[in-house]
Design a protein around this ligand. Structure first.
Ligand SMILES: [Zn+2]
Ligand SMILES: [Zn+2]
Length: 348
């Protein structure tokens, strides 16, 4: 049983963090205590910090890995010391979606992904420890380092989207935006048999990172149209993954997709946007919305990382201690940061 107190950082209001200390007693039945190794910072954390109210507490610091330090009653299959990633459980079999036969859209899993399930912890993993339901933990294989394990969650978001699209081999794919989500989507699309991938990104360092990951068609958004026209003989993309989350890009993105092609939505725009319904309908576009993931998406993603088929480590551009979290969130919000993915080590 862990005894020492640990630090916890939560959102107290717009652009305001609160640091406190906490000590856990024994884990509740069905739950375990995990000592956090690293927690990634993602766009959702930045929005939650600047907004001050929108995030459920468990979601602030949702990309984490650590070691099991205590196990509650009734938990099987986990050992003290085992490395784990925090994800979502398997379909529950009891919620209305499961009972109706739609296990892939399990309500319990959806609530876990959004940090609002009945067992959701009252803070995220910008903390020394978390107390979580055992069903949400996915064991980390030896081949995966702690740093890579901390990047499993965002990789899983993209694995899920590419799996939902179920592209045919040889497809012409455009990935719009080469932030962490775009870079991971492009790698999953490559694994899924894409014939040609164009990565479009405004920032030069991010374009360089995409090139370093082996993508040969990496362009400035201004050059995307001509380069797509060239490779598709003017038809457009078979699939476009929208990973920028910019509302005003939705219709222009759709127009890059060929008639009968697929528009896949991963970026999460915080504003409403205007699209041409008539255009989408008359050109018979398939639109795939994608949010979060399933338990099996985590397992599949970890296999791909362990098998060196998704490179997550390259995305890691820095590690800070918990004390520097606020400063880092400000830097990431400024839009001036050179970082791709920053991890937080709770000891610092
Ligand atoms: Zn995230
Ligand atoms: Zn269910």
């Amino acid at each position: 049983m862990p005894e020492a107190e640990h630090r916890v950082v939560t959102i107290a209001g717009p652009r305001t963090l609160r640091e406190s200390t906490e000590a856990f007693a024994d884990p509740a039945p069905g739950r375990v205590i995990v000592d956090i190794a690293y927690t990634g910072i993602c766009g959702t954390d930045v929005h939650g910090y600047t907004d001050g109210h929108m995030l459920p507490p468990a979601v602030f610091g949702h990309e984490w890995t650590g070691r099991v330090s205590a196990i509650g009653e009734g938990v099987s299959g986990l050992k003290v010391g085992q490395r784990v990633v925090g994800g979502v459980g398997p379909a529950c079999g009891r919620c209305p979606q499961c009972v109706a036969g739609h296990a892939r859209q399990c309500d319990t899993v959806f609530a876990e992904a959004n940090g609002v399930d009945a067992d959701a912890p009252d803070h995220g993993a910008y903390a020394g420890r978390v107390h979580v339901s055992a069903r949400r933990l996915i064991p980390v294989p030896d081949e995966i380092t702690d740093i890579e394990a901390a990047l499993v969650e965002p990789a899983t978001v993209t694995f899920h989207a590419v799996r939902r699209v179920a592209a045919e081999p040889g497809a012409i794919v455009v990935v719009q935006g080469a932030g962490p989500i775009g870079l991971l989507t492009a790698q999953n699309a490559r694994n899924a048999g894409a014939g040609h991938i164009i990565v479009s990104e405004l920032s030069e360092p991010r374009r360089e990172m995409a090139a370093g990951l082996g993508f040969t068609a990496v362009v400035d958004p201004g050059d995307l149209g001509p380069s797509l026209e060239d490779v598709s003989d003017g038809l457009g993309a078979d699939i476009l993954y929208e990973c920028a989350g910019v509302a005003s890009l939705l219709q222009p993105s759709a127009e890059l997709v060929r008639r009968g092609g697929t528009l896949a939505l991963l970026g999460y725009p915080l504003q409403e946007s205007t699209v041409s319904y008539a255009d989408w309908q008359s050109r018979e576009l398939t639109v795939i919305g994608s949010l979060a993931y399933s338990h099996e998406d985590f397992v599949g993603t970890m296999r791909a990382i362990a098998g060196r088929r998704i490179d997550v480590a390259t995305l890691h551009t820095g590690t800070v201690g918990l004390s520097a979290l606020e400063e880092l969130l400000e830097e990431l919000d400024s839009g001036q940061s050179q970082h791709t993915k920053v991890l937080v080590n709770p000891e610092g």
